[in-house]
Design a binder for this molecule. Structure first.
Ligand code: AGP
Length: 605
């Protein structure tokens, strides 16, 4: 969801900026652009669509010496994805890139228009560069003009601005949207980006900006002010240079690679946290659950589905009252937040705007907060009282797979950790659960036989008027997740439903063109779920049953292994629904990793 890069130095600015934008592609975008200031010469290029279009436009351009440059991938919010709306936006002698939303842009634009300023785009961003130039014209020095501009803006932003007259400077500001700056020890170069990956191989140390930070970089260094205008020192951390996991390794798509990686990343998630008779989270303060009577889980999309799964485990194993909220709903419904509730935000990226805001709300209401996240140093991890990292590694496919798998693994462990504190499970049962957890990596291995079966089967599911994924108990959130995966990458209509709910309305849709993907685990309400599927089969719906037990009413049957427990069946069936979506999407010729209209990290509300 919009990505920002910036570069200052003697290097090949164009290549560095384009490389950075490429690394940010996974965030989703519909246009891109760069602007480079070399001496007092500006060069700017923009293109709609994929980055190859921008590469084509810039193929004859090169910088020769020192330059400053900024780049952007845009995911349209205000105004259509056109070249005019693509960033960088130009004033008279300055360019700006921005990620986020300027909430008061309409008033600011009205004032500027009344003063005779000419706007070229429909974006909220363009007000920034015109405001800056208005402040310059009023006689302020460039940095003061930038500072005053930032103080006028409301909303979420990560901003980079370059201007003639300060040819060796990049101005920056950050509030609510992620941004970091990187350096090396042996050059004066400075690198900006929205996340770590563009800087790998370029910078060795990085400073993550905090909300309210603004300032400038030049050859001499980095000057940062906090939101009170007080100067502060950058806080550098070593940037990991391991890019291995960010490459496709021979798989057709990152999503496919990430499905296969689940067995390894789940092992990483478990590492050091499972003792023989105990689940251990060293990262949690020992008093985190003291005085807690309720858990409120909050997230978006796939992370919301893992939160729903968690609610079954927390209540069943730890007997603690648990509620689950969609972040965009919680934000505006004036919820009752009491201090005996532990607020748990779940996010792969740690940057999702709605989830981040609910975390801030919970903190303001005085609740203890915990974040389950895949990205260390992300905004949510930095904000929460405590965090558990899911250790899934970089997830590049927009459709989340391994992040979901590791989130549910963490939640299963956390429910046992809590059960230890509350003594809700016998020692024997706790030990059994720990043994089961150790079997999860094996349960998610993708066998050739299974993958081949899914490839063959997928051709039968490319048409029809919709899919219902159905399941009971914790298999209901898995059904929701299966339907979301299919929707996201195949663009076919799919819904997740509790099996028992079908007869309360949706069964009216049943006919041979309605595809039901039925999750029928042996160890969770098998007979009940089976009768629900029989009701659909009797009405001629096409049934694809996923179960270890053969089911004669099914049109297609995917046999899963006989497992000891429903949670192992959950993880195995998770892989099946992921592969089904993947293969349907590939057959339809879709871009599996970057599906239309979607962004990996949704940093606007
Ligand atoms: C999953 O496949 C998604 N594309 C999306 O629903 C995602 O899970 C959601 O936007 C939340 O993201 P987060 O986990 O990074 O907060």
């Amino acid at each position: 969801m919009c990505g920002i890069v910036g570069y200052l130095g003697e290097g090949n600015s164009k290549e560095i900026l384009l490389h950075g934008l490429k690394e940010l592609e996974y965030r989703g975008y519909d246009s891109a652009g760069i602007a480079i200031l070399e001496g007092d010469n500006f060069s700017s290029f923009k293109a709609v669509g994929k980055l190859v279009n921008l590469e084509e436009k810039t193929k004859d351009f090169q910088t020769k010496g020192f330059s400053v440059g900024i780049g952007h991938t845009r995911w349209a919010t205000h105004g259509k994805p056109t070249e005019l709306n693509a960033h960088p936006h130009l004033g008279e002698s300055s360019y700006v890139v921005h990620n986020g939303i300027i909430e008061n842009y309409a008033e600011l634009k009205e004032e500027l228009l009344a003063e005779g300023v000419n706007f070229l785009s429909q974006t909220d961003t363009e007000v920034i560069v015109h405001l800056f130039e208005k402040n310059l014209k009023a006689g302020l020095q460039p940095f003061k003009a930038f500072e005053k501009t930032v103080q006028t803006l409301d909303g979420a932003y990560a901003i980079l601005l370059i201007t003639k007259g300060e040819e060796e400077t990049i101005f920056f500001a950050k509030n609510g949207s992620p941004m970091l700056v990187g350096i090396t020890q042996d050059s004066n170069e400075k690198f900006f980006a929205s996340s770590d990956t563009p800087l790998i191989g370029y910078a060795t140390e990085v400073n993550y900006f905090e909300d309210g930070d603004y300032g400038y970089v030049n050859k001499e260094g980095i000057v940062i002010f906090n939101e009170e205008g007080v100067k502060k020192e950058p806080s550098f951390k070593t940037l990991s240079q391991n890019k291995l996991s960010a490459q496709k390794d021979g798989y057709r798509f990152f999503m496919e690679k990430e499905i296969y990686e689940q067995t390894n990343v789940i092992s990483d998630t478990l590492l050091g946290r499972l003792h023989d008779e105990e689940v251990v989270f060293d990262e949690l303060p020992s008093d985190l659950f003291d005085g807690i009577n309720e858990i409120k889980l909050c997230a978006c999309g796939t992370s919301y589905h893992s939160a729903l799964s968690a609610s079954y485990l927390f209540e069943r194993y730890a007997r603690v009252k648990t509620s689950v909220e969609v972040a965009s709903e919680l934000r505006y419904r004036d919820p009752i937040l009491t201090t005996d509730t532990l607020f748990v935000a779940i996010s792969q990226s740690g940057e999702t705007a709605d989830t981040l805001e609910t975390l801030k709300m919970a903190k303001e209401a005085g609740l203890k907060t915990l974040v389950i996240c895949n990205v260390d140093n992300s905004s949510m991890v930095r904000l929460a009282d405590a965090s558990i990292l899911t250790r899934a590694g970089v997830e590049k496919g927009v459709a989340s797979t391994k992040a979901f798998a590791t989130q549910v693994t963490v939640f299963w462990m956390l429910s046992l950790y809590l059960s230890q504190k509350k003594q809700t499970l016998s020692n024997e049962e706790l030990k059994r659960q720990i043994c089961l957890l150790r079997e999860v990596p094996a349960a998610v291995v993708v066998t050739d036989e299974l993958h081949e079966k899914m490839k063959r089967l997928s051709k039968r599911y490319l048409h029809g008027h919709g899919f219902f994924f159905i399941g009971r108990d914790i298999f209901f959130p898995l059904a929701l997740e299966g339907a979301l995966k299919l929707k996201e990458i195949s663009y076919l209509h799919a819904e997740g439903y509790p099996s028992g709910e079908m007869k309360h309305g949706p069964i009216a849709l049943a006919d041979p063109e309605l595809f039901t993907i039925a999750l029928l685990p042996e160890h969770m309400l098998y007979d009940k779920a089976k009768s629900n599927v029989e009701e659909l089969s009797a009405r001629d719906a096409t049934i694809c049953a996923i179960s270890p037990l053969p089911f004669d009413k099914a049109d297609d049957y995917i046999a899963t292994k006989k497992q000891k427990d429903y949670m192992l069946e959950f993880f195995e069936m998770m892989v099946v629904v992921q592969l089904l979506s993947l293969e349907v999407s590939i057959r339809l010729g879709n871009d599996v990793d970057m599906p239309r209209n979607l962004a990996k990290s949704v940093t606007v509300e």
